[in-house]
Write a protein that binds this ligand. Sequence first.
Ligand code: FMN
Length: 192
Amino acid sequence: MRPEDLAPVDFYKLLNSCVVPRPIAWVSTLDEQGIVNLAPYSLFMVVSSAPPVVMFSSLQREKDSARNARATGEFTINVTSVTQLAQVNATSASVPADVDEAKLAGVAMEPGTLVSCPRVAQSVVAIECKTREIQQIGNGFMVLGNVLGIVTNNGVINDKGLVPPQAIDVLGKLGGPLWAGLGDTIQAARPE
Ligand SMILES: Cc1cc2nc3c(=O)[nH]c(=O)nc-3n(C[C@H](O)[C@H](O)[C@H](O)COP(=O)(O)O)c2cc1C
């Protein structure tokens, strides 16, 4: 199957059903008036370790999250848990930019630690970022952020310096209307 074999939207759906499961960045930002914006982005990844940089991609245009990240220079990625599915989904609704989506979806927020935008109070992990640049690639607007800090619920980092996946109970996105939980984990050491 090649891109030219399908309508772009259908090829994108196919591609998205192949790149699975995708973790979900629940991006919180403030607009210039201080209104909270919260929306899910599954086009999300770490792109550099030194300095630590993460990205999310806003398709077709700079949606409110990307626009706020550009305007204020800050955003927070709240990592999503299975129990948050309904609220995550609710915050993907298209609403006017001046509507606080967190309030609309009943998501409690708490003040940021290193950034002025708030984080999702119930999220196990929040990654606070300073906007580094926004790169347009095709119809994607890739928002790159320098990681200023990772805020975790007390005690969630284990003695190996990691957050156990079960502590997050991570919520992922699959193709179409499908979502995924963590499922089984497999332990395998990397070769020397
Ligand atoms: C689980 C999930 C993942 C999504 N991932 C993306 C994404 O990576 N990029 C994107 O542009 N839209 C994505 N969307 C759609 C946006 O969340 C939606 O367009 C939202 O209204 C954008 O909000 P904003 O304008 O407040 O940023 C996703 C929706 C859901 C439910």
